[in-house]
Every structure is written in structure tokens, then in C-alpha cells.
Write a protein that binds this ligand. Sequence first.
Ligand code: ZN
Length: 160
Amino acid sequence: MFKPSDDRDNPCKIADLSAKQIAWRALGLPSVTPNPVLKAEEKRTAGIEIAVTIVGGLVGWTLWSVLITQYTRPRFGILIDFVALSTCCFVVGMVFWYFLLNRIRRERFPRIAEIYLSAGKCPACAYKLDGLKPEQVGCGVCPECGAAWKHERIGPHPKP
Ligand SMILES: [Zn+2]
């Protein structure tokens, strides 16, 4: 599995999402996400997030069809069985998405780090890196988590 690391190749974590940010992500619509960093990040991962949710939905569909429909359909009718089946798909899909979200983000870390650094934030903890002193040659060290990032990567810069 891909391990995120800082610019000195020390392992680091990836900035956590708050509950509110996760709720925005759950909508699956980067266009409505208010936070620009999160919006840019979401655009990078939306495709795989949707794929994971669909796979989860199919698992939910299969489980319900194989294990549960035989009991619910005769008892409650086709319509209620279908509504319950759809709910099961949705819930299992979202569970898959939720538990794989951070793994997806870690896999995409190099790109996500770029987005955070361009916005002047530490990719490992989302702390603002404004006004860092060049403590050591080449890298600025995040005062919050100690991750080191090359000075030239911090702050807005033209995209390659
Ligand atoms: Zn940090």
C-alpha cells in the first residue's frame, strides 16, 4: 500500500477530514463543495470514489437478493422489497465509500499534497504554513506536525 511521505521522505499522515467535510464529500459533487482545497482534492478522487460506491451498491444488491428477498417479498410484496433492496444498496455503497475514502486519499497523496501546498497548507495536518522560516535548507517544517515541505512547493505557484 502506498505510504504518504513528506519532502524528506519521512512517512507522514494525510490531513484528516472533519465530519462536515466528509458530509460534503458524501454528496459526491465537487461543484457544491464550499472549501476550495477540498473541492480540488475531490476532483482528483471523485472517479474512484464513485466506482467504489457502485461496487459497494452491487455487493448490497447481491446480498439482499441472495439472502433476504426470499423472506421479504412473499411477506411484504414486491414494492416494499424493492424499496428495502434499494436502501440496502445505498447503505452498503456508502459504507464501502466511507471505509475506503482515506485509503483512496493516501493512494492519491502526491497530487493531494500538491493541492494543499499550493493553498499554503500542510498536507499532513492541514495546518496553515504561512510565514514559515527557512529553518533548514530547502524545506520548511510544519510547526504543528513536523512534516517537512520544500519551500518552493508552499504557496500559490503556476501549474506545470
Ligand atoms: Zn503539518
